[in-house]
Design a protein around this ligand. Structure first.
Ligand SMILES: [Zn+2]
Length: 342
């Protein structure tokens, strides 16, 4: 079985974005969230089906993957837009759309939620939405944005006690978080080319600098996009940890995992050489950041299964990357698959 740990609903029916456009236009007034419960009521099941059949489902079939861990479009989370109420309404709508996708295609998708973060706000709403999504919508994880400001980095580091309420809930529910920023409102940082990769790298350095996993030994994070610059600069991070009298990086590997959303063979080769195979989860982030065809290979950049296939690893190790590690990091998924005899 091939589990893609990183997919977003980038092709949702246009009514979803229409609501968001109206919300953004109105967020300064009371209309920010008025009527939002019905915002997507006119999206039919058939519209949802057709939004997926020609995209994520077609690519699953073409590429031979089975199940996508699916979350709302990350760049559209837009935590920096409006206030906390804006974020709560938008987040609930987006998560409910994922729940509808999963209910239509339970064999192909399993849900991961966006969280209603907002710059300067506390985490009460975040914790409540995480609980709702896991206990009511049967989601198996969340996307946690380390920078709800959208590129200005005003939030405390992920190791700060500020974040502990959401970690306590993650531990209680036994769900991991993917560290995932959203759009950048800082023109210095291109969203998917700079801001995403910066955030991945930044999160890992934050984990080096503090003792978060002493307080939460079972807390689990997936750092996407191959871990940003981390695998490439592993020696730098090892050396920094050593100079700072911090534990060796291997101490983080019970809690920190990396996906394979690296869009060329040498990058995947390096990832697999540097990061232990037990810490790599197959992911493609399709249909997502990079949609084109690589003229040097004739294949889509985000067809990451091809790169895994080409790795000089045993079938047992590839099975870990494709399935075993995801089932370990997402225990609720493992339980669900076991219940289906898988
Ligand atoms: Zn993503």
């Amino acid at each position: 079985m091939i589990i893609d740990c990183h997919g977003h609903y980038t092709t949702a029916p246009p009514q979803l974005q229409a609501f968001r456009d109206g919300q953004i236009a109105a967020f300064k007034g009371v209309a920010a969230t008025a009527g939002w419960e019905r915002a997507t009521a006119d999206i039919s099941d058939d519209e949802i089906r057709s939004s997926l059949e020609g995209a994520q489902l077609k690519l699953q079939r073409q590429r031979g993957t089975d199940l996508t861990i699916f979350s709302p479009r990350a760049s559209a989370m837009g935590h920096h837009v409006g206030g906390e109420g804006t974020s709560v309404a938008w987040t609930r709508i987006c998560n409910d759309m994922i729940a509808r996708v999963v209910s239509l295609y339970p064999d192909n998708f399993v849900g991961v939620c966006q969280l209603p973060q907002s710059p300067g706000a506390g985490l009460k709403q975040v914790v409540a939405e995480l609980e709702r999504c896991v206990t009511e919508l049967r989601f198996i994880g969340c996307n946690l944005n380390p920078d709800p400001s959208g590129g200005h980095w005003t939030a405390p580091p992920l190791t700060d006690r500020f974040w502990y309420p959401v970690y306590e809930k993650m531990v209680e529910l036994d769900v991991p978080a993917m560290v995932h920023v959203s759009a950048s409102c800082n023109p210095a940082f291109h969203a998917t080319g700079a801001h995403y990769i910066n955030a991945d790298t930044t999160a890992f350095m934050q984990f080096i600098q503090a003792d978060l996993f002493k307080d939460f030994p079972t807390l689990r994070f997936i750092i996407p996009h191959g871990g940003g610059a981390v695998p490439y600069h592993w020696g730098r991070y090892r050396g920094l940890a050593q100079d700072m009298k911090r534990p060796p990086l291997t101490a983080l590997l019970n809690n920190v995992f990396f996906d394979t959303c690296v869009y060329h063979q040498p990058g995947i080769d390096l990832l697999a050489e540097v990061i232990p195979v037990d810490n790599i989860l197959f992911g493609s982030e399709m249909v997502g950041a990079v949609r084109g065809v690589d003229p040097t290979t004739g294949h889509n950049y985000d067809d990451t299964k091809r790169y895994i296939e080409a790795l000089p690893l045993s079938d047992a190790d590839k099975k870990k990357i494709y399935e075993g590690n995801a089932r370990r990091v997402f225990p609720r998924l493992d339980a669900r698959l076991k219940a289906r005899g898988l």
